[in-house]
Design a protein around this ligand. Structure first.
Ligand code: NAI
Length: 342
């Protein structure tokens, strides 16, 4: 199955049927920034996963109540709370998947890059702690600007001597979720069947939905391609403007992040058929980081899937060339941020 999904039905304690398999709840997940707009609904969705035995919630404030509240749900995972830097190490010990939605979100008029100054430091500090306490974990970066925060995380992990490019992911699942939704609406397709790969990065024109690769195969007029591409690229801003100063996408982001967590856990659990799009270290283009479809396995990325990039439409070829300078600059900015520090 190309799509991830979350099992919501509780069955026998500690044993869940999932795609016909009997699965044990045995993985530890940590969410850093768990009291935030994304963190809270994400924690709820991960709490519903049949694969999770421990859910560690970290924030600099307000996480005790979130954990107390969630801990009453009768699903297998044990929920623990961790507040402030002194408790960060304990939050991360033995964890299999670390999800990082910590940091400030956009307000109307801001680009994701406007968040760099605050979020770069937050991501650096949190990834340093992950390197020290769970060097083998999958790390999911949600904090924006993802185009730069993932290269920051890679540099930090390199400095710590524990960088495994197969286990570091920029979460771009929301772009795919949006692309699938908007395409299904526009073309009157059954949503569950629609799969649109989204490549490049996670900001403005670096978000490149490959509409020509939509499954099931469907044709678009030039106008439809332009309109859908622009809507997918600006969907985050649509939400920022609708929230009018109260933040950016949180609920749809939590849904998308939970899907990526579930896909990672299924891969760790040995499911041999797990594919997602993610922004990762890549050699598919001349850029060192690039979002594409990947195959996930027990050890992280098993393969980057190059086929989506073959036979692009002329529109997509041009858009791909056009996004490269911006994405390159964002990558270099992230790398320089870590390297210039003493
Ligand atoms: P929010 O402000 O509601 O929550 C952020 C949380 O992070 C707060 O609870 C805050 O206390 C916590 N935090 C701040 N500094 C921290 C630190 N040093 N350690 C641990 N926690 C810390 O923001 P929201 O809406 O949850 O967004 C979080 C991030 O996710 C933003 O950077 C936003 O731009 C990004 N985002 C990414 C998307 C993607 O597709 N990758 C989509 C939507 C948002």
């Amino acid at each position: 199955a190309l799509r991830g999904s979350i099992a919501l039905k509780a069955q026998k304690p500690n044993q869940r049927s999932y795609y016909g398999l009997q699965l044990q709840a045995s993985y530890k997940v940590a969410i850093l920034g768990a009291a935030g707009g994304i963190g809270q609904p994400l924690a709820l969705l991960v709490k519903m996963s049949p694969l999770v035995s421990a859910l560690n919630l970290y924030d600099i404030a307000n996480v005790k109540g979130v954990a107390a509240d969630l801990s009453h749900c009768n699903t297998p995972s044990q929920v623990l709370d961790f507040t402030g830097p002194d408790e960060l190490g304990n939050c991360l010990k033995g964890v299999n998947v670390v999800v990082i939605p910590a940091g400030v979100p956009r307000k109307p008029g801001m680009t994701r890059d406007d968040l760099f100054n605050i979020n770069a430091n937050i991501v650096k500090t949190l990834v340093e702690a992950a390197a020290d306490n769970c060097p083998d974990a999958f790390i999911h970066i949600i904090s924006n600007p993802v185009n730069s925060t993932v290269p920051i995380a890679a540099e930090v992990l390199k400095q710590k001597g524990v960088y495994d490019p197969k286990k570091l992911f920029g979460v771009t699942t929301l772009d795919v979720v949006r692309a699938n939704t908007f395409v299904a609406q526009k073309k009157n397709l059954k949503l569950i069947d629609v799969d649109v790969p989204v490549i490049g990065g996670h900001a403005g024109i670096t978000i490149l939905p490959l509409l020509s690769k939509t499954k099931p195969s469907v044709s678009f007029t030039d106008e439809e391609v332009e309109e859908l591409t622009a809507r997918i690229q600006n969907a985050g801003t649509e939400v920022v403007e609708a929230k009018a100063g109260a933040g950016s996408a949180t609920l749809s982001m939590a849904y998308a992040a939970a899907r990526f967590v579930e896909s990672s856990l299924r891969a760790l659990d040995g499911d041999g058929d797990v594919y997602e799009c993610s922004y990762v270290q890549s050699d598919l283009t001349d850029l060192p980081f690039f979002a594409s479809r990947i195959k996930l396995g027990r050890k992280g990325i098993e393969a980057l899937i190059p086929s989506d990039l073959q036979g692009l439409s002329e529109y997509e070829e041009k858009a791909l060339e056009a996004l490269k300078p911006e994405l390159k600059a964002s990558i270099e900015k992230g790398i320089a941020f870590v390297q210039k520090q003493p």
